[in-house]
Ligand binder design. Structure first.
Ligand SMILES: [Zn+2]
Length: 489
């Protein structure tokens, strides 16, 4: 049995949607939903019981006390932390249950979250969280940034470590994962995604940035402590590691990591060299771009739609997919669109790995063999950049083109479920300004014929995007037209 525990303080507004998503799980086993009212003055308790949750109250204020109350009332072998302002995908509990049955050594599972209404830099935050957790797994053996809204553990382990410790740092995140890691391993799955409200980050940017640097510093400090322990074992005493020096080292390390990560991940960042993500023009022109194709039947459907509106676009194709659909690649060019290089094998860490340059070169060769043109435009997988990659592009007479508008159509279907094409189109349209480059996908990496590579949502939304923007007076151009650069070498 699984017990889902939700602490709630004046959550009557958010609770119904949260509980609805928990009631609609496709998990076949038994599960209970427990809401712990943490002293609400609104109708939290009533709303929760009406939705079928078991309600307990905890008068002592604080999320740790509420979670503790819920966890001790729970009868499940697996206890899952959830939050009232979060909604959960249908397969959430099933995936959690599968994890614990197939990983007997794991005592806890941490997932990730995305915001319902993401801010402009939210992607950067997701990436930093992910990076920190990868580093945490590597150096400390566990995910460091655990979300209170998406964390599950075995009851047995929880009892062994005496539950939550109210005085610890972030008791239901950092605190609980640290305690549980003493009795087993903490797994981290970045694809176990939930959607949470953005209310806790809707504060001035400077506070958020300070928070980020402090969190990175905390992380760096742990890393340094860990290295120091290794040294100590060899009986070496490093004066460097006394507290003030350690603080200074941690903060500088955190700033460096933040700047490098920004350069690596942000599509428009130019930390490592020239990257085109927008054109500085006041003319009402925009460029549509499609990544990861050719991928049939979607690429052909996109081409049909573009033709019917007399619109030309730019396709960043993957070399392997060009080999798979050579006819479609030739059709892209024959119909006046531009074809660019999106690597041969679409490795996610392309800009960092040693074979990265070879992969770009191979794509150039394949594209030339199939279509007779050598692209001048290159788009890195996931928009990730490195200094040596930009150096290599210069050498090969390629330019790096990223984007300034995206609605995440590559992940929507894969992890988050499908919005309506209208919602999707609206999101793109609302972000439009003259000179912007729009990122869309007609494929998903090297996959074909599965749910991730199903681009029907993009295909259905495309006519709406084109019609509305044409109505607003926008003209669609290709990337070379937008930037005044050649399409091919
Ligand atoms: Zn891609």
């Amino acid at each position: 049995m699984i017990s889902v525990v939700i602490p709630a303080l004046n959550e009557e507004k958010f609770l119904p949607e949260c509980l609805e998503s928990l009631k609609n799980q496709d998990y076949q086993g038994d599960y209970e939903i427990i809401v712990v009212d943490n002293g609400s003055v609104d109708n939290t308790s009533k709303v929760a019981s009406k939705c079928g949750a078991k309600v307990f109250s905890c008068s002592k204020r604080g999320v740790a006390y509420a979670r503790q109350t819920g966890a001790y009332k729970a009868s499940g072998d697996i206890i899952v932390q959830a939050d009232a302002d979060t909604t959960y995908p249908r397969n959430w509990l099933k995936r959690i249950a599968n994890h614990f049955s197939s990983h007997p050594e794991s005592v806890a599972l941490a997932g990730a979250y995305v915001y319902k209404d993401p801010l402009r830099w939210s992607k950067f935050e997701y990436f930093m969280r992910h990076l920190t957790n990868i580093a945490g797994r590597l150096f400390l053996g566990k995910a460091v940034l655990v979300s209170g809204a998406n964390f599950a553990f075995r009851r047995e382990a929880f009892l062994k470590v005496n539950g939550y410790e109210a005085n610890s740092l972030f008791p239901d995140q950092w605190g609980i994962s640290r305690r549980l890691s003493r009795v087993g391993s903490i797994s981290y799955d970045k694809t176990l995604l939930v959607t949470t409200s953005a209310r806790r980050i809707q504060k001035p940017l400077c506070f958020i940035l300070i928070g980020m640097v402090l969190n990175s510093a905390r992380m760096s400090s742990h890393f340094i402590k860990h290295v120091a322990n290794l040294f100590k074992r060899f009986a070496m005493k490093l004066p460097l590691l006394r507290t003030p020096a350690r603080l200074a080292t941690s903060v500088s390390l955190a700033i460096i990591v933040t700047v490098l990560s920004y350069g690596y991940i942000f599509p428009g960042s130019q930390v490592f060299g020239k990257v085109y993500s927008i054109s500085k023009t006041s003319d009402k022109v925009v460029a549509l771009t499609f990544d990861d194709g050719p991928n049939e039947p979607y690429t052909s459907q996109v081409l049909d739609i573009l033709n019917s509106y007399g619109v030309k676009a730019t396709f960043f194709t993957i070399g392997k997919n060009v080999e798979l659909y050579p006819e479609t690649a030739r059709r892209i060019i024959a119909e006046g669109n531009v074809l660019g290089n999106h690597t041969y094998s679409h490795n996610a860490n392309h800009a960092l790995i040693s074979g990265g340059s070879k992969d770009i070169q191979l794509a150039q060769e394949v594209i030339f063999k199939v279509t007779g043109v050598t692209p001048h435009l290159y788009r890195p997988p996931h928009g990730k950049k490195s200094p040596w990659e930009l150096q290599f592009l210069k050498q090969e007479r390629l330019v790096e083109v990223t984007w300034s508008v995206s609605a995440n159509d590559q992940h929507i279907l894969a992890y988050l479920g499908r919005p309506s094409p209208e919602t999707f189109a609206k999101e793109i349209i609302s972000k439009m300004k003259p000179g912007k480059i729009v990122l869309l996908h007609d494929g998903y990496g090297l996959t074909h014929g599965d749910i991730k590579s199903d681009k029907s949502l993009t295909v259905e939304a495309l006519p709406m995007i084109i019609e509305e923007l044409q109505h607003q007076g926008y003209k669609f151009v290709t990337i070379p037209e937008l930037l005044g650069i050649p399409a091919y070498n």
